[in-house]
Design a protein around this ligand. Sequence first.
Ligand code: NAI
Length: 251
Amino acid sequence: MCEKRLAGKNALVTGGSRGIGRAICLRLAQEGAHVAINYASNEDAAKEVLALIEADGGSGSLLPFDVANTSQVKEKISAFVKEKGPIQILVNNAGITRDGLLARMKEQDWDQVLSVNLKGAFNCVQACARDMMKARWGRIINIGSVVGTSGNPGQANYAAAKAGLEGFTKSVAKEMATRGITANVVAPGFIETDMTAVLPDKVKERLLGEIPLGRMGQAHEVAAAVSFLASEDASYITGHTLHVNGGLVCQ
Ligand code: NAI
């Protein structure tokens, strides 16, 4: 059992019903935060995460919305705040891929990936920032990707969104530092989740060969980095990208 270093804090994790988001929800709840589990459509999976949190003695709420829908984000977050109080820790984890080579990439695939992965984070930060500024304390953690740094063939849309998230985070960090708010990116490498389960075996083998630690990462290893950045231990770290990639890309 982890130390309860986030006791008394409300945390919102977008895309919290599965994969990395699910692991982040469980970890922040173990550390004492009340966790708002956001999900777009999979209510059963989100309920399962909440049940696990509660079985472990923690507390959480379900908070469905589409991160790309600005008015829905505002409405749902403000309803949560009215009931449970302000959100102090925001983890923008929701993300999608629509891979394809640039020459054939559909405009819709570009737009969707940018809307969810980048505008989604903007929407949630805007909806939470005012309360954080008032409280003069806040933690914003955006889940980037190693490909935001390295680029990747077939992922021009996704890499652009993740690189954009880094520029966004650094700007937010500089704008909000005087209000006691930190903003950082956690950039996972190749993590075992549903998102990577769909990759062809050949691609997986090639990637594994490029990882100095010789294995895929686990969602809980990303969650550990997030919980550190959310904690008081990371109070002097802002505008940073923390890579969790087994050495795949060394920064
Ligand atoms: P996943 O596909 O298992 O989970 C993504 C979650 O985001 C899902 O719960 C999904 O429902 C949710 N989501 C998608 N669109 C949404 C929307 N419009 N509104 C609200 N929620 C939405 O993926 P995984 O692997 O857990 O990824 C989590 C984050 O980590 C993503 O941002 C992804 O880009 C990033 N990442 C993952 C890596 C990996 O190897 N799995 C590597 C690098 C980054």
